[in-house]
Ligand binder design. Structure first.
Ligand SMILES: [Zn+2]
Length: 140
């Protein structure tokens, strides 16, 4: 069983350059759910090289696409497999997986995105560039 510490070992304390996509990992979010949201984002956007991770709301880490793809995390190879792969990976505990909500900055031209498992609609997270409240991406 892959633990959160196994996953954390893949991450880095800092990377160069700007990172637009952040994922907030609240306590209790399991590794299968983390792998699923990373696979989805790295799979959807080929140019995406690094994702910022916020553990327990304050510890910032980064995961590189290359580190993620070459890792031995169950399911982490799914982004490199074609559709129709016969014996697709079934994530352990996938039935209990959490759903992430994508939040976007409403400022035009700002590409910041933040994935959270929950947030307070009356006090939403702020864009780190603009300090504007972020809103669900499909409403902008
Ligand atoms: Zn912004």
């Amino acid at each position: 069983m892959t633990t959160i510490d196994d996953f954390r070992a893949l991450t880095r304390p800092s990377v160069g350059g700007q990172v637009d996509l952040s994922i907030r990992l609240d306590a209790g979010v399991g590794v299968p759910s983390i792998v699923a949201v990373l696979s989805e984002n790295f799979g959807r956007e080929e140019k995406l090289k690094v994702i910022k991770l916020i553990f327990d709301e304050n510890e910032v880490r980064y995961i590189l696409r290359t580190d993620f793809i070459s890792s031995t995390l169950p399911g982490a190879f799914s982004t490199t497999r074609g559709v129709g792969h016969a014996d697709g990976v079934t994530l352990p505990g996938a039935g209990m997986s959490v759903t992430f909500i994508a939040l976007c900055c409403p400022v035009e031209g700002c590409g910041k995105m933040l994935f959270v498992t929950s947030y307070d609609e009356d006090d939403p997270p702020l864009c780190e560039d603009h300090a504007t409240p972020m809103t669900p991406c499909d409403e902008t």
